[in-house]
Design a protein around this ligand. Structure first.
Ligand SMILES: [Zn+2]
Ligand SMILES: [Zn+2]
Length: 344
């Protein structure tokens, strides 16, 4: 089978190779990929940044966002059938640690991730643990199904603020997950979705197309603007999806007292906050968001997909065949893209 393999520990370093088709273990299912999308994590691996150097052993097949069709279920897997359309939760949980027992499999103590710690799905077939597979509704288009992992990040982030119907929310960051969060917040009935980008005009334009009510950039006094859009009160919820320390500090100042700040962005350095004035006295509700709740987030995500209220088409800016995956990586690296979906 064909696979995109990180063969060399260097920027790029990826080749489309012919490799052996995996053999599923008793608790796995072998999946033929139908569609995959390129994630920020894949770009870390492609660009070979510090995180990738610390986490990835070459050779490694990467990629973790997909929809595919089961071609063979392992002998202990009686609840999945050949022909089922599935997507996968890339965080492989153990099922027996303290967190798993508490129903917190998304923060499993023994978590591994396919496409990072083990081979991923930038390939024609992959054997994955059946417990990590989600059976898809075949009525939903495969390119949307392949987005359930990042869409789930957005759903988990937005709904961490509770019921946002009629509320004012701010999305910090107009990258793919920021864009997905905008459409999720709109679908959830937010009164105003205020998006904040930096300088990437292409993505800020996408934020408008996706449905943000207003989009600000680095030249704007965003704290003042958000205050004036909310009668001086501040936003009910701020979703931080940049990992930029300044954004998080500004985000706190955009939020109303008692509001929610949900953090999905990854910070490369410690961030200094004025805890007394900005968090304690302001009664801020701060949430750390990691991955997707298994399977609560997937259930909500599917409900939203079925509602047809999500505006995903503007977010999928490029569609390629899997053979052109390196072109997809380069397009994503340019910053002038939303999600890139590859079909097989
Ligand atoms: Zn992803
Ligand atoms: Zn566990």
């Amino acid at each position: 089978m064909k696979a995109a393999v990180k063969v060399r520990p260097e920027p790029g370093g990826t080749e489309l190779l012919e490799v052996d088709t995996p053999i599923p273990g008793p608790n796995d299912a072998l999946i033929r990929m139908d569609a995959t999308s390129i994630c920020g994590t894949d770009m870390h691996i492609y660009n070979w940044d510090l995180w990738a150097r610390q986490h990835i052993k070459t050779p490694r097949i990467y990629g973790h966002e997909f929809s595919g069709t089961i071609v063979e279920a392992g002998k202990n897997v009686d609840y999945l059938q050949e022909g089922d359309s599935v997507s996968g939760e890339c965080h492989v949980y153990c099922g027996h640690c303290h967190q798993c027992k508490m129903g917190n499999a998304h923060i499993c103590e023994n978590m591994t991730a396919f496409g990072v710690d083990t081979d991923g799905i930038f390939c024609e077939y992959q054997a994955l643990p059946a417990q990590n597979l989600w059976v898809n509704d075949p009525k939903i288009p495969v390119e949307y199904l392949s987005l359930q992992d990042p869409l789930g990040n957005a759903v988990n982030t937005v709904f961490s603020a509770g019921d946002i119907t009629g509320k004012n929310v701010v999305v910090l960051g107009c990258g793919p997950i920021g864009l997905l969060s905008i459409t999720v917040a709109k679908a959830a009935g937010a009164a105003q979705v205020i998006a904040v980008g930096h300088s990437n005009k292409y993505r800020m334009d996408l934020a408008r197309k996706v449905g943000a009510d207003i989009v600000f950039g680095k030249e704007d006094d965003v704290i003042k603007e958000v205050k004036s859009l909310t009668d001086g009160i501040g936003a009910d919820a701020v979703f931080e999806i940049t990992g930029n320390p300044n954004a998080v500090i500004e985000g706190i100042h955009m939020a109303r007292a008692g509001g929610t700040l949900a953090l999905l962005g990854i910070f490369n350095e410690p961030v200094t906050l004025n805890l007394t004035d900005d968090i304690v006295f302001k009664c801020m509700d701060i949430k750390g968001i990691y991955g997707r709740k298994i399977w609560d987030t997937w259930i909500t995500t599917n409900g939203l997909l079925k509602s047809k209220k999500l505006n995903l088409d503007p977010i999928i800016t490029h569609k390629y065949k899997f053979n052109d995956i390196l072109k997809g990586m380069e397009t994503m690296a340019s910053g002038n893209s939303g999600k890139i979906v590859l079909t097989f």
